[in-house]
Ligand binder design. Structure first.
Ligand SMILES: *Cc1c(COP(=O)(O)O)cnc(C)c1O
Length: 402
């Protein structure tokens, strides 16, 4: 069944990273060439760069519904998450508040930062999520204590695509006077995001998840909130993030974000239709289950578990058929531990191992979706035939769980 003949690549791993849009590439090129100035330089070449930097900052602030002074350019989502959480922790610590609330399904950029804070004496409550991967504002309200300094809940999950009730959670935090951070890396450019609507104090985003360049992102921090420096040096980013600004990447990010936000409605509708067709087509596979919320999910996310197979083998065989997908997050692939997100939604270990994430972009076509709908069941069947676990299930030596 394997064929190694050249097949066109179908890229459905857009939650890991996206291809840069032509608009973003075009926006970057002049800054690698003629417009090479350092915005900190006082001469004309530098000041030209400074003006462009200010423009990009204003564009992004406008799209996020905040002021340019609340935008900090960072190296990406991970850095933004780290800086937001460590800054909120420092604010809390000064007031003797050392309790943080988050969820069991956050990205490791959040979870590992929280682990670090636990070693510094912070107490962390990780909220359980529902079988669909949801947390509620009520859960957050119940978990808030007098010593809580921060609530950190991701806007949308990078593995199973569940979109959280962020505005409600933000409202609870506001009412209780607790800082609120949201990792919006999978949300920005994919669903409407406004820091005002979210009532967020901090928000993280990353350009390479919305057809912008890699290694560049934004930390939004509400006006007046003191930040902890992760990088010391020059006075860039109002003294809060040292290092000469990556102007080409910043210009590419601003262009990609503008493009994604301007086309948001149309892209959402297009991807939702492709997503729903894909879900419908794969749901017929016996002993499979859709992960994440059936409606409150990212327009580009499809995530399944198939019983009796290994996700890694599935990915390799799909790759042979020209389909580039993922078993979950790019960060956990390569390790044998099952995804913490799938365990958190109650999938047993052996089921969590047989996972497949197909994350679409507006560039995918209906023909590609039909090809995937044909290829995945073939590969799943093939793998099941050679799987000892599947044989045990068939012979009744083990019980099906899905
Ligand atoms: C990709 C991702 C990150 C990390 O962003 P980088 O820019 O790659 O550092 C953080 N959180 C979520 C939810 C992500 O999907």
């Amino acid at each position: 069944m394997l064929n190694n003949q050249e097949t066109p690549v179908i890229y459905v791993d857009n939650s890991a990273t996206t291809r840069m849009s032509q608009t973003a590439v075009a926006a970057m090129l002049p800054y690698m060439d003629k417009l090479y100035g350092n915005p900190s330089s006082l001469h004309s070449v530098g000041q030209q760069a400074a003006e462009c930097l200010a423009e990009a900052r204003a564009t992004i602030a406008g799209l996020l519904d905040c002021t340019p002074a609340e935008i900090y350019f960072t190296s990406g989502g991970s850095e933004s998450d780290n800086q937001a959480i460590l800054s909120a922790a420092a604010i809390g610590e000064r007031k003797g508040k050392k309790h943080i609330i988050s969820t069991a399904i956050e990205h490791h950029a959040v979870l590992h930062t929280l682990k670090k804070l636990q070693k510094r004496g912070f107490e962390v409550t990780l909220l359980d999520v529902s079988a669909e991967g949801m947390v509620t504002a009520g859960q957050v309200a119940d978990a808030i204590r007098p010593d809580t300094c921060l609530v950190s809940v991701m806007f949308a999950n990078n593995e199973i695509g569940t979109v959280q009730p962020i505005a409600e959670i933000g409202a609870v935090c506001k009412e209780k006077g607790v800082l609120f951070h949201t990792d919006a890396v999978q949300a920005v450019g994919h669903v409407p995001v406004s820091v005002k609507a979210a009532q967020a104090d901090f928000l993280a985003l990353s350009a390479h998840k919305f057809h912008g360049p890699k290694g560049i992102g934004v930390l939004y921090a509400r006006k007046g909130l003191p930040l902890v420096n992760l990088i010391e040096g020059g006075a860039q980013e109002r003294g809060k993030r040292a290092g000469t600004e990556n102007i080409p990447a910043i210009m590419g990010m601003a262009a990609a974000m503008k493009e994604a936000c301007e086309n948001l409605e149309a892209n959402m509708a297009k991807m939702q239709a492709l997503r729903d067709r894909l879900i419908e087509g794969l749901s017929v596979i016996p002993h499979s289950t859709l992960n994440g919320h059936p409606e409150k999910r990212l327009p580009n996310n499809v995530h399944f578990c198939f019983e009796g197979i290994e996700g890694e083998s599935l990915l390799l065989l799909l790759d042979d058929k020209g389909i580039c997908a993922s078993s979950g997050s790019a960060c956990t692939s390569g390790s044998l531990d099952p995804s913490h997100v799938l365990l958190a939604i109650g999938r047993p270990h052996e089921v969590a191992h047989g996972s497949l994430r197909l994350s679409l972009s507006e560039e995918n076509t209906p023909e590609e979706i039909e090809y995937i709908i044909k290829a995945v069941p073939e590969v799943v069947n093939y793998l099941r035939q050679i799987s000892p676990i599947w044989h045990d299930l068939q012979e009744g030596k083990k019980d099906h769980v899905i």
